[in-house]
Design a protein around this ligand. Structure first.
Ligand code: NAD
Length: 308
């Protein structure tokens, strides 16, 4: 299959590498000059769970590539999705499937401004990835990647992509309720990630706090209220706290991605997490003071650090 990775940073390179290694015809798209040059000169090096490999790969700026793709994985940060969609318009044909695994809320609506819902496959992943240097990244974990078609008649197409991910060692799984997994992932990012970022704490340190249940609970209640009204998704506060503690016990001294964003002086995805909950809550007449305060504090921290 002709696959493009629209946004070939940490996660995009990991996925592109695994797919190409399994025989797919992958084109990496990005605009980061040093990264492009490094991959063109030396190939892409990815360390997958500590095992390092290098593959020659095609990488280009979106405008340099032509021809319709079969599948495009979008892998920008949430705030870069809309711009990327305008830049890859010429690669999207009537049958091109767009797969979106971005963290955060509201991406289906963004994609629908560019692509028919029939061609949108939404999902989540718990793979973790990082950039080591231009042309070199790491991918850790064992998935899964949960996917579901956004249009009821496109299940077969989603299952084809799930199988490609499975065959490539990325542990694809067909999800019967991707909206729930999206909300659950957003809840993790809007609680654990945002709190670690604000407190400059590792996951272990955050969960050792005596007020952890109350810190998590206040935010979860607001995610749950909006998820119910907007998508008819049930999120149970106690179940979610239990799930977060279980996830935290596996991740230990790790610093989540939002913490790393601030540390590396990059803008966070807070507007697509707690910020999106605040916006939706206003629309539905729901109070969301915890999410509002988290959003304001993260933006204040970005400003303190000089991040634009
Ligand atoms: P990243 O910043 O490492 O990669 C994004 C890449 O997109 C960058 O290389 C950037 O140059 C490129 N890009 C952005 N806009 C572009 C444009 N218009 N044209 C060309 N290139 C463009 O981000 P990431 O860590 O790979 O995360 C991607 C998404 O996946 C985010 O939503 C993130 O929350 C989610 N996610 C990440 C991880 C992780 O561990 N990294 C895990 C799960 C989900």
């Amino acid at each position: 299959m002709n696959i493009a990775i629209a946004g070939s940073g940490a996660l995009g390179c990991g996925f592109g590498y695994m797919l190409q290694k399994n025989g797919q015809n992958v084109t990496l798209l990005d605009y980061w000059e040093d990264h492009i040059e490094a991959i063109r000169n030396n190939g892409l090096t990815v360390s997958v769970n500590g095992v390092k490999g290098t593959l020659p790969m095609t990488i280009a700026r979106p405008e340099e590539v032509s021809g319709e793709k079969d599948v495009i994985f979008v892998f920008t940060k949430a705030m870069g999705l809309e711009k990327m969609m305008t830049q890859i318009n010429h690669l999207i044909g009537t049958k091109t499937k767009i797969v979106c695994l971005l963290n955060g809320l509201g991406h289906l609506e963004t994609l629908e401004a560019f692509v028919d819902r029939r061609n949108i496959i939404m999902g989540t992943t718990v793979w973790t990835a990082g950039i080591i240097a231009p042309g070199e990244t790491q991918l850790n974990g064992n998935g899964p990647v949960e996917l579901q078609n956004s249009h009821p008649e496109e299940e077969e197409a989603a299952r084809v992509i799930v199988n490609i991910l499975k065959d490539s060692g990325l542990f694809g799984e067909y999800s019967k309720n991707v909206k729930y997994t999206t909300w659950r992932k957003a809840c993790i990012n809007g609680t654990m990630n945002a709190l670690c970022a604000l407190l400059d704490a590792s996951i272990e340190q955050l969960f050792a706090s005596p007020s952890i249940d109350s810190l998590l609970g206040g935010i979860i209640d607001e995610f749950a209220a909006v998820a119910k009204v907007q998508d008819d998704i049930e999120i149970d506060r106690d179940e979610m706290i239990h799930y977060l503690k279980e996830v935290a016990s596996r991740l230990g001294s790790h610093y989540p991605s939002m913490h790393q964003d601030l540390f590396n002086r990059r803008p966070t995805e807070i507007d697509f997490l707690n910020g999106a909950v605040v916006e939706a809550a206003e629309k539905y007449g729901i109070e969301a003071p915890h999410c509002r305060r988290m959003t304001d504090l993260i933006h204040a921290k970005e400003a303190v650090l000089g991040i634009e």
